[in-house]
Design a protein around this ligand. Structure first.
Ligand code: HEM
Length: 416
């Protein structure tokens, strides 16, 4: 056992903590750079600077064998996937869809995404009341299914399977056991839908099959790669975007600032929501050699659990108002909700494009957003967000046109 080994008995994956993990995260940050979690046999890393450092040290903190909390998930379910590989194999898998997800590709996609956002926002807000989760889900599912090349797929299977995939990264609890068959059903669906006969070129799956045919990856890698990108792209963006809409409904002055200049404030509004409520709260890594983190000795073969959700609340990085939503916070895109280093989220430009398009479409139509009841939280071993969030809107297409007279957005100062 290491010489200096802070440890806590902290049921991080129990319902009460999943529902509100921030007190636990505060305790972890106050206790040490790495804190042994007795229940799960891992080191929790909760401070922004330490999480950032580990993400950039993949040679010491490997994803292979360490991304999830159970051996079954690490070896049999995730083994060899883009999430759970390192070095040359990881780079090879990551390269397959890098062109499709690069900022340049987003430029070509932008008109379609913007048009989809405008249509959906017009439909959902028409009655003066909408569910921010349903709107976000519609937007993200349509986009991902089209890009992957399976517009006719069963979206309920996809949605439940994608969320279940994230439960499977967690410890062997009830949630994990219930998720295993759902995650498998999604993979079966992808096997059925994503065949060479069904898939068009120009889609993500088309590019994956081209990489197989060119000998860049094995045939056996094709569906796991599609599955990783599908699962990673859906809930994350749905939860982040819906949470952002909820935050803007809770902070009317910031909504007015965004409405006044949506081009400037839409992306910071989204990043601030991700910083405050990371849709993926944590992922693991395994040590390939002994090392020290903030005076704590970590042994080869041990596992660290990187708490992205805590890093976004770390007052060492974000100051005394770390728990406050403020779209004007300087450099709020420096959060770790997208991870970092070689495993930095592959879909950042796509997530931001979708969020910006929805927020701008809402800004063009809705003078006010108000919460219509408390949003309903969904619990998952890794994901954080809502399953339902009713928003009431005041619609004013005429005044929402350019040049409306709204309170000035202050570059500094109190946010609410
Ligand atoms: C708000 C939305 C999103 C959030 C918060 C998010 C979060 C993350 C995080 C934290 C990781 C790092 C995993 C690690 O540390 O090992 C990651 C990886 C990844 N994300 Fe995202 N993601 C989002 C959207 C997307 C989208 C739209 C895609 C679509 C392509 C996507 C695809 C991926 C993939 C393929 C990886 C694995 C990358 C690798 O291991 O090299 N994500 N994401």
């Amino acid at each position: 056992m290491p010489a200096f080994a802070p440890s806590l008995s902290l049921p991080l994956f129990d319902e009460s903590v999943l529902a509100d993990p921030y007190r636990a995260y505060g305790e972890l940050r106050a206790t040490g750079a790495a804190v042994r979690l007795e229940e799960y046999g891992v080191w929790a890393v909760s401070r922004h600077a330490d999480v950032a450092k580990i993400l950039k040290s993949p040679d010491v903190f490997a994803s292979e064998g360490g991304i999830a909390l159970t051996d079954l998930a690490n070896q049999q379910i995730l083994g060899g996937t883009v999430f759970a590989s390192d070095g040359a194999r990881h780079a090879k898998l990551r390269k397959v869809l890098s062109k499709q997800l690069a900022p340049r590709a987003m430029k070509n996609l932008a008109d379609r995404i913007v048009a989809r956002a405008e249509d959906l926002v017009a439909t959902y807000t028409e009655s003066g009341r909408f569910d921010a989760v349903a709107l976000s889900r519609h937007m993200v599912c349509d986009t991902v299914m089209e890009l992957m090349g399976m517009p006719g797929a069963d979206r309920e299977v996809l949605l439940s399977g994608a969320a279940a995939t994230f439960d499977v990264f967690g410890p062997d609890n009830d949630r994990y056991q219930q998720a295993l068959p759902l995650a498998s059903r999604m993979v079966e669906l992808l096997h059925d839908k994503l065949t060479r006969e069904n898939v068009a070129s120009g889609t993500w799956m088309g590019a994956i099959f081209e990489a197989v045919d060119a000998g860049q990856i094995e045939e056996a890698d094709a569906i796991p790669l599609a599955s990783a990108y599908t699962a990673a792209a859906i809930d994350t963006t749905v939860l982040g975007l819906a949470d952002c809409i909820v935050q803007l409904a809770r902070h009317p002055k910031q909504w007015q600032a965004l409405r006044r200049d949506p081009v400037r404030w839409s992306a910071p509004a989204f990043h601030e929501a991700l910083r405050l409520e990371a849709p993926i709260q944590g992922f693991g890594r395994r040590l390939t050699e002994p090392t020290t983190l903030g005076g704590v000795d970590l042994a080869e073969g041990e596992q660290v659990w990187l708490l992205y959700g805590s890093a976004g609340r770390d007052d060492r990085r974000w100051g005394d108002d770390a728990n406050t939503y403020d779209i004007r916070r300087p450099r709020n895109d420096n959060h770790l909700a997208f991870g970092g280093g070689p495993h930095l989220c592959a879909g950042v430009p796509l997530a931001v494009l979708q969020a910006r398009s929805i927020l701008r479409a809402l800004a063009a139509r809705c003078t006010h957003l108000t919460l219509d009841g408390e949003p309903v939280r969904v619990l998952n071993n890794l994901l954080r967000g809502y399953s339902q969030a009713a928003i009431a809107v005041d619609l004013s297409p005429r005044t929402a046109a350019a040049g409306i007279d709204l309170p000035q957005a202050r570059p500094q100062g109190p946010a609410s």
